[in-house]
Design a protein around this ligand. Structure first.
Ligand code: SF4
Length: 229
């Protein structure tokens, strides 16, 4: 496992639970506004953390932490992901997976084995604009497949979009709502231009609060729970 980082505690990442976050190295997308360049750009990779240390930490925190979030990078690219999560589940922790949705077969396998308790899938753009949004060649069918797997799953989930103004218009965001038709929960994440894969995005203008409120109201006509954070 290529473990690039560990956040020992988060009160906000896993809705309703106290979690640790394990960050895995490597991603097949190159979203220019990505705020974890050190997990995406190989030349920025730091030394990997030892898996044994992660389990030692989790053993020590039993009773204080409820859950572990597996994030990245893109976790589903790692061959040992399933066995890694099995071990965490065996310890009694709830597991949340963050994914870009490019490996639906991995998500399906994890769900079939009941290894996930929450899943968060990033929706980068309307399906027909994906390649441009993530600066990589994306199989849109796989993204669609992953959306459907999550919609049909029995576990809590969220779809979420980081709303980068120069890349996503209001119309695009409403189009995404069509791509995730039937979703119970959709999160609009404010873009914070602090650390990005491409430096130009540090100068990005963000959506105003009143614009976000208007978009939220329009989305609520189609999705029961729309959250801006
Ligand atoms: S935002 Fe997520 S999917 Fe995009 S490059 Fe960064 S880690 Fe990969």
């Amino acid at each position: 496992m290529k473990i690039g980082g560990l956040q020992k505690i988060s009160l906000i990442d896993y809705p309703g639970l106290i979690s640790a976050i394990v960050f895995l190295q490597g991603c097949n997308f190159k979203c220019p506004y990505c705020h974890n360049p050190e997990l995406v750009e190989p030349k920025l990779f730091g030394p990997c953390l030892d898996e044994k240390e992660i389990f030692k930490f989790l053993k020590m925190r039993k009773g204080k932490l409820d859950a572990v979030t597996i994030s990245g990078g893109e976790p589903t690219l790692q061959k040992e992901l399933i066995s890694f999560i099995r071990k965490i589940k065996k310890m009694g922790y709830a597991v949340k997976l963050d994914t870009n949705g490019s490996q639906p077969q991995v998500v399906a396998k994890l769900l079939a084995e009941k290894l996930l308790d929450f899943i968060a899938m990033d929706i980068k753009a309307p399906l027909d604009k994906y390649n441009n949004a993530v600066k990589s060649s994306v199989d849109q069918e796989k993204i669609k497949e992953c959306i459907n797997i999550i919609l049909q799953s029995k576990i809590p989930y969220e779809f979420r979009t980081t709303i980068v103004k120069s890349m996503l218009t209001e119309k695009d965001i409403l189009k995404i709502a069509g791509d995730i038709k039937g979703a119970r929960r959709y999160v609009l994440q404010r873009f914070v231009p602090e650390k990005t894969l491409e430096k130009i995005f540090l100068q990005e203008k963000t959506y105003l609060e009143e614009e976000l409120e208007r978009i939220k109201k329009r989305l609520e006509k189609e999705i029961p729970s729309v959250i801006v954070r």
